[in-house]
Design a binder for this molecule. Structure first.
Ligand code: ATP
Length: 560
């Protein structure tokens, strides 16, 4: 049964060979040359990605997120809820800025893309027609003894072969050190059983590849003993719900697992009411829900997340490979435009034999997260599969009349689909640095000004001079009409800078005695009407007038 990209990839996981290309998995081989960590910018960074990884970059980012109100575990007062996260005051700003930047660049600045905002719960036939009800599955395995549940494609096993004889099996859960862990376990087994001879290399495979005989022999990662693991079986990841007062089978529907279907079911509405002409795209940003068996890596894999998706409709006669390649390039450029270094991004083209029959090609944009190189965005060429499925299921033609070509057809589609939360995480991991300023260690988030939660912080040099204070407040109010700006009077100026550095505020603006015309002895002097602007990354300070400041901020934040 055909399924859409995500479903297909999940289903494909059943048969993929070790290291054979499931995009969401850790790379087992050492960093390939093109994935090598990017060199630190010349002027600043102290930590390279490799150092930062070993220095627990992920832990530092998670701690900062909690400490400064970016991201919290959901329902924390009740002990948290696995796979769900809440964005706090700063995180919700960062996330909104990312979504706004995407919408601005992908929808408003283009002539060929329009937006929709569909419901989260669709008519149940929508997800039946798209294939999700039957096939949106992950392979799952249970340990009958410990009652723990694992994703079969994240559970790896290998035979332990000594002098040509299989003396048992080892199993490990997927992580960066799993090869070493498996080798150690094999050595231990050989020693315990006192088997003389050479240990053959440990070749890990994922559990979806285990034969029925092996299911009984592979030890459970929970207990270390064989015999308690079930064969893998398909687990549908959609959250079911009941709609309406009567809880019958007819009232079953699902929280959408992607925003894409809400676009396809509105294709006809958009074509009939707008002035769109193929090629054109429909974009949507919104929540998606997947009952992930093993949510992990903070907001990377959660059960409720947000997506930014485009369905870009092209003629069946169009050069799909070129359109696909153009989209890959646009998406890479967009990530770079919000501050993600190109060197941390790489491409993963799904092997032809793993694609669904209708799919022409899928390429993932991968990001070098601290826990491995993982999918940030998928860009799929899906042919006319989705519109055809919906057309058949609803009994209405979902065709487009091409006036130039004088013919009707079901358009083909290119689908760039990116997770907002994975983008937030990529941005935070890129931006996090620890360095030294004036002999003091500081944490700094080098966020691109366009997405930083606060664009600037306004500081009166002193808080006990009403003239300085009033002028600073006035500037603050003026800037706040346009941007999210912070006002801080508390503590020494250095401390105030550090607090803003840590949350990524790119500019500190100080109003001092010269600004307002107060001399050293308190006597009136000619005010210079200038403020000091301090750059978060270089710590350089420049004095400028308010008009110059506005132009400067405009250029830095909005890029013009
Ligand atoms: P994966 O293989 O990592 O599970 P996928 O291939 O199933 O991802 P898609 O169905 O292509 O993902 O979804 C498009 C995008 O949505 C992904 O590239 C990712 O950025 C985001 N996404 C998917 N699942 C999750 C999740 N559980 N948590 C956060 N973001 C997600």
């Amino acid at each position: 049964m055909p399924v859409r990209g995500a479903g297909f990839r999940r289903q494909a996981a059943f048969s993929c060979l070790f290291g054979g290309g499931r995009p969401g998995n850790f790379r087992r081989e050492p960093w390939p040359a093109h994935h090598a960590p990017s060199p630190a910018p010349a002027t600043f960074p102290i930590l390279t990605m490799a150092e930062a990884t070993s220095n627990n970059l992920m832990e530092n980012v998670i701690n900062l997120c909690k400490r400064r109100g970016f991201i919290f575990q959901s329902s924390e007062i009740y002990g948290g809820y696995n796979g769900f996260f809440d964005y706090g005051p700063l995180g919700s700003e960062l996330k909104k800025n990312i979504k706004d930047a995407w919408w601005q660049d992908m929808v408003r600045r283009r002539d060929d893309i329009v937006g929709v905002d569909s419901t989260i719960i669709h008519h149940p036939n929508t997800l039946r027609a798209s294939g999700h009800v039957d096939n949106f599955t992950d392979p799952m395995v249970d340990c009958k003894e410990s009652k723990q549940r694992f994703r079969a494609d994240q559970l790896f096993f290998a035979p332990v072969i000594v002098a040509g004889e299989t003396i048992g099996y080892v199993s490990v859960l997927e992580d960066e050190a799993m090869q070493a862990k498996a080798e150690q376990a094999a050595q231990d087994m050989k020693r315990k059983l006192a088997k003389p001879g050479d240990l053959a290399p440990i070749v890990l495979k994922d559990y979806t590849e285990a034969t029925p005989e092996q299911h009984a022999l592979v030890p459970s990662p929970a207990t270390g003993k064989p015999g308690s693991l079930t064969p893998p079986r398909a687990f549908n990841m959609m959250f079911e719900t009941k709609v309406g007062a009567l809880a019958t089978d007819d009232s079953i529907s699902w929280l959408r697992p992607e925003t894409a279907q809400g676009i396809f079911i509105n294709f006809k509405n958009v074509v009939d009411t707008g002035r769109v002409k193929v090629p054109f795209g429909i974009a949507q940003i919104g929540k998606a829900f997947r009952n992930e068996i093993n949510p992990r890596n903070f907001i990377f894999r959660s059960r409720e997340f947000e997506q930014m998706e485009i369905e870009y409709f092209i003629s069946p006669d169009a050069d799909w490979a070129k359109e696909h390649a153009d989209w890959i390039q646009s998406c890479l450029d967009w990530f770079v435009s919000i501050g993600i270094p190109r060197a941390k991004l790489s491409l993963y083209a799904h092997p032809q034999e793993k694609l669904a029959f209708y799919s022409k090609g899928t390429t993932d944009i991968m990001f070098e997260y601290p826990f491995g190189i993982q999918e940030l965005q998928g860009i799929a060429a899906r042919g006319d599969y989705d519109l055809t499925q919906h057309s058949k299921a609803c009994g209405k033609p979902l065709e487009y009349f091409d006036e130039a070509a004088k013919k009707k057809y079901i358009p083909h589609v290119i689908e760039p689909s990116v997770g907002v939360d994975r983008t937030v995480l990529a941005v935070l991991c890129t931006a996090y640095y620890e360095d030294e300023v004036e002999g003091e260690r500081r944490t700094v988030l080098r966020l691109h000004p366009r997405i930083a939660p606060y664009k600037a912080a306004v500081f009166p040099m002193v808080k006990n001079n009403p003239v300085v204070l009033e002028r600073a407040e006035k500037l603050y109010r003026k800037l706040k009409r346009r941007w999210n700006v912070f006002f801080d009077t508390a503590g020494a100026l250095g401390r105030r800078y550090r607090r803003q550095d840590e949350i990524g505020t790119p500019f500190g603006i100080t109003i001092d005695f010269e600004t307002v015309g107060i001399g050293k002895d308190g006597a009136a002097i000619e005010p210079d009407n200038k403020v000091t602007v301090r750059d978060r990354d270089t710590c350089q300070q420049v004095r400028m007038t308010e008009d110059e400041l506005i132009k400067y901020l405009e250029a830095q934040i909005e890029g013009y």
